[in-house]
Design a protein around this ligand. Sequence first.
Ligand code: B12
Ligand code: SF4
Length: 509
Amino acid sequence: MSKVLLINPSYQPSYGGAKAAIVNPIHPTLGLATIAATAKERGHQVKILDISWRQYDWKFIDNEVRKYAPDIVGITATTPLMNQLRDMSVLIKDISRDILVVGGGPHPSALPVETMGESLIDLLFVSEADYSFADICDGKSPANVPGLYYRSGDDVRFSGVRTPIESLDDLPMPAWELYDMAEYMQISRLICRRPPVTMAEFSRGCVFRCNFCASKITMALGYRKKSPERCAEEVRRMHSLGFREFMLADDIFTSDQEWAISVCEAIKRTDIDMAWSCTNGIRVESANDRLFETMRSAGCYRVSFGFETGNDRVLREFGKGGRASIEQGRKAVAMARKAAIDTNGFFLLGLSPDNQDSMTDTIEFARRLPLDMMKFGIAIAFPGTAMFNEYVSKDLVRSFNWDDYFIYTDAPLFAHEHLSYDAIRATMAYAYRRAILANPGFICRRFLRGIRTGEFFWDAYYAVKFFFAPAVGEKTETRYYAPTRWPVWDFQAKPPKPSQYQMVRRTGT
Ligand code: B12
Ligand code: SF4
């Protein structure tokens, strides 16, 4: 039996400072809960250390690792968390060279060789790791577990592509019980209604190819779904553990409408009062009156739409695909409102085909849509996206400091082909003013909604915070353990190459 410690790094550098602080996502991380579940099922002892809502404090981690004395430490990382992964890899190897330190998640999956080169981790998992992580806990040799990058002397080897898990129903229930519920009451009330909230998934993957999106790097191109009965069982499980709300991590939950309706019907049959939302934007062409009504009756109270832009040319050029259009976006919002579902809109500024006029279109589109909430971000070329590969190949990337990779960043990360970075930042600040603060329609709607739902005081509280926070920047400073001892990868001499996980079509149900 292995003793395993899984660490979710701190989100405070990203969410602690700017306006983003008002939507601080304090909830259990699903990626760790899913790999913990399979490891537990095989008899391993697993603990999760979630420091997402705390400041990064290496002394605290040092203390926790020494106290628990694990055989294996696993660290998850999106790109802005990568430097913490590097720092912890040095720290943990200082505690004991015998602890196996492993990484996984979107950033290591996108840049596996570079991640090995920038850290002291022993091995990393690309893409899904539900079974492969358990295999390593069992003591299997890395060479015999597909989907791994591992060290062999001074070399880094790849164990071969791992095909996506076909039957998601075979996975054990995510190990949500490893999280301490009391820690999750402090989540922003702008993004949830009934804490404690957890993240859940009913399906994996997406069949579209937006160039700023990295979802394929972990979840593959293609679409796999759990059965409606299994989804309902997960709702029962979350409720029995004390969660009163969940957020769906699915990329395109509503795109197979008949299946999504069956899932909602199965949830209704549980007779459990659980609130939920489609947090990870759904596609506008998947809107449908019957679907939205069924979702509402099954407890869904909010859907987020990934509009991204208010300009049809830009929508086409960045590769949204399908039947998404600006007009369809308007219809989708109207349908959700008709079903009494709150609407949230995601918009990106500085998309690769954007120019000043199209960004203005985006702001005006957002301003006119009858949304209950909206979020603007700078389109960052995150590792694992086609946009990143394109910017690397055109030598447009200006920084590989992962600490700055965040949609509210104030660091000039790229040279945009049509826009200056200052123009994008200025437009971002203007977007919040124009579409939210100086938008009587939005303010009235939000006010009436606040009265109707009893959330008015929360709105007022966050509005004050929002007014006094800058639109971008002001990150909280991270004090690392040993940044001078982090291994360094020379990105200029060895620019990253597209990962095979991004290029290959691996599933297609
Ligand atoms: C929920 C979510 C969040 C949540 C939770 C993040 C988290 N760490 O899980 C919050 C709201 C915090 C978030 C924030 C951001 N996110 Co986000 N998020 C997602 C989303 C929608 C679902 C993630 C999820 O739960 N999936 C389901 C689980 C089961 O999958 P998983 O997490 O990938 O885990 C599996 C494998 O990756 C692997 N694995 C993961 N961790 C580990 C660790 C170890 C040790 C091992 C062995 C394996 C392993 O095994 C798991 C099981 O197979 C994904 C989109 C997607 N489809 O994945 C984007 C996604 C991960 N986010 C993304 C981005 C860009 C961000 C932000 C940077 C955006 C921003 N605001 O600037 C921030 C980062 C903030 C931060 N400080 O981390 C990108 C990642 C790009 C990148 N290169 O990092 C994604 C892929 C979105 C996209 N479509 O491009 N996000
Ligand atoms: S943004 Fe959404 S629709 Fe586009 S590729 Fe990513 S998950 Fe799919």
